[in-house]
Design a protein around this ligand. Structure first.
Ligand code: GDD
Ligand code: MG
Length: 352
């Protein structure tokens, strides 16, 4: 049995001002009619190999998660609530510990809630064919052919072919978020793939890896689960134990160190909905190459992303920009600077 684990506890700061602390991007309908979180849960529901998901999110978002699952006609195996964010390595360890109580043999399919995937049948096929590789004790990642030197992703150096029928390779090296020059080198090498952020492994293999590389984190997570308590449909982690847990991502804490890593190439129209530029890439454009959402009027505007949630947004003579209007904030940025929106959010937080 494969138990999906949906990681829905991120803050999505690069999509400010639409994505907010109380309502981060994964809970917004950014690409289609459904929210990114709903799309993630729904894309799994058609396959009988997959059990109902374990969802790990921040306790502030528990009712949003429950309501969006209900609205999609889906049920969760468990909704685990974090009292605070400690990044993805603890979230996955905790999900693994809980999954083992549901099924000791379970494989976990870890899924971020901030992706758009065009070809769901291909994704499910790739997951299915990778199951035996994970069953053999490998930590499987799904690798995407890189298109440009993105510095916000993990890079996987594809090693030798694993001796099996599936197109699976050893991970020679995993490097999370390299600097620009290194990313360019990886892109040029032709033997690197982007880490999609989706993983498939036996719960116990991941737990053993984290216990080896970060025993303090593993111990805090065990305590947070064991001292936690059920509350309605939710499982609340113990606050004190979880607050004592170090913060790190699965990529830095585990994947950069694993010896039994495997990568399976995935070609399913994957995109990370990480920034306004990424949204512009995915969405349909008008004749001027603009994405316009809401009440927008333009004259001589090209290659831009223009989003109004209420007021009329009138734009003249702009090229390759992003303009996002919300009731209490307006953001304007050149399209190639949208990664820096995070800096505005940091500044605003500092001013609290
Ligand atoms: N439960 C929980 N708790 N979930 C979290 C937390 C947390 O503290 N922090 C982040 N998440 C969720 C996010 O909501 C998202 O769905 C997922 O975990 C991944 O976190 P991101 O913060 O979006 O990671 P990233 O985009 O910087 O990098 C990851 O994804 C890239 C591809 O999109 C890495 O895995 C990269 O290697 C990868 O290339
Ligand atoms: Mg992300």
């Amino acid at each position: 049995m494969i138990i999906p684990v949906i990681l829905a506890g991120g803050s999505g700061t690069r999509l400010w001002p639409l994505s907010r602390q109380l309502y981060p991007k994964q809970f917004l309908p950014l690409v289609g009619e459904r929210t990114l979180f709903q799309e993630t849960a729904l894309r799994l529901s058609s396959d009988e190999l997959l059990a109902s998901p374990i969802i790990v999110c921040n306790e502030d978002h528990r009712f949003i998660v429950a309501e969006q699952m209900r609205e999609s006609g889906l049920t969760a195996s468990k909704i685990i609530l974090e009292p605070t964010g400690r990044n993805t390595a603890p979230a996955v360890y905790i999900a693994a510990r809980v999954a083992r109580t549901l099924n000791p043999e379970a494989l976990l399919l870890v899924l971020p809630a901030d992706h758009h995937i065009k070809n769901i049948a291909t994704l499910l096929d790739t997951v299915r064919t990778s199951a035996s590789i994970a069953q053999d004790g490998n930590l499987v990642t799904f690798g995407i052919k890189p298109e440009y030197a993105e510095t916000g992703y993990g890079y996987i150096e594809q090693g030798t072919k694993i001796d099996c029928a599936e197109p699976a390779f050893r991970i020679s090296r995993f490097v999370e978020k390299p600097d620009k020059a290194t990313a360019e080198q990886y892109l040029a090498s032709g033997d690197h793939l982007w880490n999609s952020g989706m993983f498939l492994f036996r719960a116990e293999d991941y737990m053993a890896e984290l216990e080896e590389h970060n025993p303090r984190m593993a111990e805090a997570c065990r305590e947070a689960v064991d001292k936690g308590r059920a509350d309605l449909d939710f499982y609340r982690l113990d606050r004190e134990s979880f607050e004592a847990c170090p913060s790190d991502s699965i990529d830095y804490a585990v994947m950069e160190h694993v010896r039994n890593g495997a990568v399976v190439p995935l070609d399913a129209g994957w995109s990370d909905v990480g920034s306004w530029g990424a949204l512009w890439d995915i969405k349909d454009k008008d004749d001027g190459g603009n994405v316009t959402i809401g009440d927008v009027v333009t004259h001589d505007v090209h290659g831009s992303y223009l989003h109004s949630t209420g007021r009329l947004l009138a734009v003249v003579g702009l090229k390759d920009h992003v303009v996002v209007e919300t009731s209490d904030a307006v953001m304007v940025s050149p399209k190639d600077r949208v990664q820096d929106v995070k800096k505005i959010v940091d500044t605003l937080k500092g001013g609290d």
